[in-house]
Design a protein. Sequence first.
Length: 110
Amino acid sequence: MNQPSQTTPVPSLGETSSAALHADLASARETLTRAADEHAAMLSDPDTIQEDRDASAQFLAQARATVSRIETALGRAEAGSYGRCQRCGSTIPAERLTAVPDTLTCVACA
């Protein structure tokens, strides 16, 4: 397991990454609200089959997880640990952070 170098600074959350995370969070929260509303409607409709309710519940859980991941990334940015792999401690390349702004690991640890 690689140890983080004491001389390698943790990358800061750049304007682009910050804007992308905030936009992703707004979109994810919107999706979560819509999924919660649709799921509640399904639960109250006696004609909805159980498989549809289960699929709706699974989608709702995924939407909650997405919001949580993005909020965690923003929290890490505020704490100064954004851009550092949670497994090995190495710096996550900017290209990976651009592609997956809420990532917690480098490519090697993914």
